[in-house]
Design a protein around this ligand. Structure first.
Ligand code: 0X9
Ligand code: ZN
Length: 428
């Protein structure tokens, strides 16, 4: 994967659960690129198919009377036009803007400039290098010397999800350059924001192959790249990940075979005790996802995580009207093992880890027209802020309840105290 000459993008509209199941069956195990596979009807499946397989696929749809339309009839031509429209002119280095997509060197130039401008608020840390030798940088933002805990936000894990690094940059911009508008509550945290986890893939997607998803390391058999969100060292290699080096969800030869995912893993482990909230920004689908992703069994904190997710979704809905769904990947999307959020909760024991799938736009969903970037990433930031606040309440609630009801002895004492108060009241 991936060659796009004469590839087509199909928008498919299944009307019944049976049609959805049929689509899911025939598309799995084939070399199709399923961009979006909803679990409920009235939503659009998006699948990219190469020239050799288009005829068979269309016949299958027609035989089952499934409605579809070809929304891009030639991906190569489509992207030639798209790139011509968005232009490849770079901005003044060091500036940020949200009406276009910044490239790797522009992103780094901005990070350096912003920390130079606000040295007392922020600093930059190079966490390591990508396979092709690019720096992977994070910005640390700290308003106070006694922060409540650390919030970690990463973006750009998947190369083609262009709104993701943009959203991380938007958050950096707001936390540092618009800090007068940042809620005082958010200033009580330390922030580590790493906007571009997969710079090699991102650059490749901008220059050679806009549908590229993975890293760019060379694999046995001559294919390139690993799906970084299948490469984390927790329940690695279970469902929803491929062991074929040429497939889009290739998990890699071993867990953390890739520098890029290992860097995130090391960061999370180093913050084991201090990080209270981890977000991995992806696109697209308008989902708020929480662990487990590798299994449909519920994690012990399922209810709390669901409350946090629903809080994020309703904050977005109230602010913008956009509808997000909160749930675990196997329920709302598909199972996927070896991902960042499962590692964050399963290995690094971070109490809350979320993947937000931003809203898609444009025919592919991954490449929103520049005019729509800002609305999409603003939505993401609203959801993330609301979830941080809710997580804080939940954690404190749990801790306080834990204090009162924690041990059997405490529960007994509490009971005795209630009975005693009641008796005293009656005697009064
Ligand atoms: O498949 C993925 O990695 C994510 N969807 S995407 O379209 N952005 O590729 C879903 C990830 C949810 N699962 C985990 N975080 N493990
Ligand atoms: Zn993704």
């Amino acid at each position: 994967m991936y060659y796009i000459f004469r590839y087509k993008l199909y928008d498919i509209h299944p009307k019944t659960m049976e049609q959805i199941d049929y689509l899911r069956n025939i598309t799995s195990g084939r070399s199709y690129d399923v961009l979006f596979a909803p679990k409920t009807s009235n939503e659009t499946f998006k699948i990219v198919i190469g020239p050799d397989q288009q005829e068979r696929f269309q016949q299958e749809l027609q035989r089952k009377s499934i409605d579809f339309k070809i929304s891009i009839s030639n991906l190569t031509e489509y992207f030639q036009r798209f790139f011509a429209e968005i232009g490849d002119e770079k901005h003044q280095f060091g500036e940020v803007s949200f009406d276009r997509y910044l490239r790797y060197d522009e992103i780094n130039a901005y990070l350096h400039r912003v920390v130079e401008k606000f040295p007392y608020l922020a600093r930059i840390e190079t966490m390591g290098k990508s396979y092709e030798g690019r720096n992977i940088n994070a910005v640390h933002v700290s308003y106070s010397i006694s922060a409540l805990s650390v919030i970690v936000i990463i973006g750009g894990v998947h190369a083609r999800e262009w709104a993701s690094p943009a959203c991380a940059l938007y958050i950096i911009h707001h936390l540092i350059e618009e800090s007068s508008e940042v809620d005082g509550f958010l200033m009580r945290f330390d922030w580590i924001i790493l906007p571009l986890t997969n710079p090699d893939g991102y650059e490749y997607a901008h220059t050679k192959q806009p549908m590229w998803r993975m890293s760019r390391s060379r694999q046995n058999g001559g294919c390139y790249g690993v799906d970084l969100n299948r490469n984390f060292n927790f329940k690695w290699g279970r469902s929803g990940s491929s062991h074929h080096p040429c497939e889009n969800t290739y998990r890699g030869e071993t867990p953390f075979s890739e520098n890029e995912s290992k860097i995130i893993g090391t960061l999370l482990m180093s913050l084991k005790e201090n990080c209270s909230f981890f977000v991995d920004i992806h696109s697209f689908g308008s989902f708020i996802l929480f662990p487990w992703a590798y299994t449909n069994k519920h994690i012990s904190r399922y209810k709390l995580l669901k409350q946090i997710g629903v809080t994020g979704a309703s904050a977005i809905f109230h602010a913008t009207g956009a509808q997000f769904e909160a749930g675990i990947p196997p329920d709302v999307l598909y199972a996927a093992s070896g991902g960042s959020i499962d590692y964050a909760m399963g290995k690094a024991k971070i109490p809350c880890a979320i993947t937000i799938e931003l809203r898609g736009a444009g025919p592919t969903g991954f490449h929103p027209p520049p005019g729509e970037i800002e609305d999409i990433i603003h939505e993401g930031w609203i959801g993330i802020k609301a979830m941080i606040a809710k997580n804080h309440l939940v954690l404190n609630g749990v801790i306080n309840l834990g204090r009162v009801f924690g041990s059997v002895l405490q529960r007994k004492l509490f009971f005795v105290w209630i009975v005693r108060s009641l008796i005293l009241q009656v005697l009064d």
